[in-house]
Design a protein around this ligand. Structure first.
Ligand code: CTP
Length: 417
């Protein structure tokens, strides 16, 4: 016996108001036969076409029907409804529900659930052919697809309104097939977000062959860029000189100095988030020599005058309207980790600082593992020692939670400051 990909999946079915709503009854049966748990939200218009009783009999669960039903809110808030699901299925997706999704309106339970979620959404449109073809609907459909919603149908055929054309809702088994496909493609919660990540060291030239550098390998920054890209974000990775591979499908910008990096970051804005994982050199040489400094010119150079580089994180952290909604810095410390990282959080205008101990015993520079703490204005979350890829995946999950207004503190060990 083959196990269905739907086995054990939790599906939240949002039933809109259209004649095709009756097909949802069969859809629920088909999904449950394959081992999925189905919970249903019935819109007011949907309940004109199918009764809550028949939906509830098939789901063997209560039917959620009104945002302002206080008992439901107390038992199961609308956020929890979508959080408890692996997939949201909207069927029939009426012109009105699609318009609400496209514009972000939330005036009933179904539209509120759809807005307050980062769970993938599959929509099965159903409407009269002229409504489907109307430029307003087509605009809205394009918008929700850009926002990451997957569509199944509509199909061409004769309609309940005695017309013929595109607009029939996909048949239950087609919707089941689309749901199975949805579970086989990766979850891309950051689709539509622009994230700028910096990585690696900067090199500050002394002369054409010599430079000031640091031990950063770029592994952590590159891992963050890769994880954000895998989560669907549009990623620009601005990297100093490193000897590791570029992550796939990111916009790479290669820079050498801190000044180049600042210019590249400013060009990459606006963005939803900036992750400053680069180990930016604090100083540069005041007068870079055009020609190689020769020993014969006078033995050991007397001194090399340095000047301070711009602080990229602080510049962007205090950039007013151009500041990304989320600004994350890193802090490499060898002593007084929390105190020093906390001071950086405040002075640089960052939302979070990912602090790590880079004392030689830690083996962080160049290594594959990292032990970090994430500082917020009012708390510190300690993460276990893990691979740099795992740290990156964790950070990306938090970035996603931030954009969904979810506080991650509850799920982690946190030390109140
Ligand atoms: N940073 C920056 N521009 C600089 C120096 C640092 O944007 N000129 C950023 C780093 O990318 C990192 C954070 O600031 O996200 C902290 O970097 P770190 O080197 O730990 O701190 P510094 O500010 O350089 O302070 P110090 O070297 O004294 O610890």
């Amino acid at each position: 016996m083959t196990v269905s990909p739907l086995s054990g999946k939790r599906i939240l079915l949002l039933i809109g108001g259209g004649i095709a709503a009756y097909k949802c009854l069969d859809l629920i049966r088909r999904l449950r036969e394959r081992g999925a748990a189905v919970r249903a939200v019935l819109t007011r218009a949907g309940s004109e076409f199918v009764t809550p009783l028949s939906v509830s009999a098939l789901t063997e669960d209560k039917v959620y029907s009104d945002l302002f039903d206080l008992t439901d809110e107390a038992e199961m808030g609308h956020i929890q409804l979508s959080r408890d699901a692996d997939l949201l299925v909207l069927a029939p997706a009426t012109a009105d529900l699609i318009a609400k999704m496209a514009t972000g309106r939330a005036d009933d339970l179904a539209s509120t659930v759809l807005l307050a979620t980062d769970t993938p959404v599959l929509a099965a449109p159903a409407m009269n052919v002229r409504m489907w073809q109307h430029p307003a609907t087509q605009r809205n459909v394009n918008q929700i697809e850009r926002d990451g919603v997957t569509l199944v149908g509509p199909n061409e055929g004769s309609m309940a309104c005695n017309e013929y054309g595109m607009g029939r809702m996909a048949e239950p088994m087609e919707i089941v097939a689309a749901i199975e496909t949805a579970f086989s493609v990766p979850h891309r919660p950051l689709a539509g977000r622009r994230i700028v990540v910096t990585s690696g060291p900067t090199h500050e030239p002394i002369d054409p062959v010599r430079y000031i550098a640091n031990r950063s390998s770029g592994k952590q920054g590159h891992a963050v860029a890769r994880a954000a890209q895998m989560a669907g974000a549009d990623v620009t990775l601005i990297s100093g000189p490193v000897s590791i591979e570029d992550p796939p499908d990111v916009t790479m910008v290669r820079v050498e100095t801190a000044q180049d990096m600042l210019a590249a970051v400013e060009t990459a804005l606006p963005a939803d988030a900036l992750v400053m994982a680069a180990a930016v050199a604090d100083w540069r040489v005041v007068e870079r020599q055009e020609d190689k400094i020769k020993k014969a010119d006078g033995g050991v150079p007397h001194s090399i005058a340095l000047t301070e580089n711009p602080d990229i994180l602080a510049t962007v952290g205090h950039a007013g309207a151009r500041r990304p909604r989320l600004v994350i810095g890193f802090a490499a410390e060898t002593q007084n980790l929390l105190e020093n990282a906390g001071a950086k959080l405040r002075s640089k205008g960052a939302d979070w600082i990912v602090a790590n101990d880079v004392s030689p015993e830690g083996g962080v520079f160049g290594g594959d593992r990292n032990t970090v703490r994430i500082l917020h204005a009012n708390r510190v979350d300690s993460l276990p020692t893990q691979s740099k890829d795992a740290v990156a995946a964790h950070l990306v999950e938090r970035i996603d939670a931030f954009f969904n207004g979810i506080d991650t503190a509850a799920s982690l060990e946190s030390d109140p400051k």
